[in-house]
Design a protein around this ligand. Sequence first.
Ligand SMILES: [Fe+2]
Length: 184
Amino acid sequence: MQIIEDIIGLFAERGDSLYGGELISQRDHALQAAMLAENENATPVLIVATLLHDIGHLVHDLPEDSSNRGVDDKHESLGEAYLESAFGIAVAAPVRLHVAAKRYLCAVEDGYLERLSEASQISLGLQGGPFTMEEINDFESLSHWMDAVRLRRWDDLAKVEGMVTPSVDHFKGYMETVLEMQQI
Ligand SMILES: [Fe+2]
């Protein structure tokens, strides 16, 4: 269970950094998103993916406002690489796809792009903009794409200053459950 201790350590040591261009911390953003997933009775796998979807931001050393400086930190790929061997593809894939899910929703849902926060609209440009028709079809053929879309909606809502959430420790049991599932 070393990775759980490592993750708790990352949130403790680096979680105060601001969530790219927003007014809340990485830790608060992760906890708000995971709480929304839990409130909607998501599976432990999807709750863990949601809690850890931006862990890639905490494992690199780029500045916290890198997207405002025109740099895409590719945090979704860093997160996938960090998580996959321990938590499995069902956690890692929605993490990898949560940026693509934003591009997907911008293309298929009227008004979605306009509802994104300013920071999220800025990073959208760096990430390639809304999907084309062909990219939409490709995305819908991927495994775990629907989980990525659900995760994305919680991600978008998890930017509320001052919202009260459970602590990281509250979600430890879900991480343990998913690790144990991987070891069966
Ligand atoms: Fe996020």
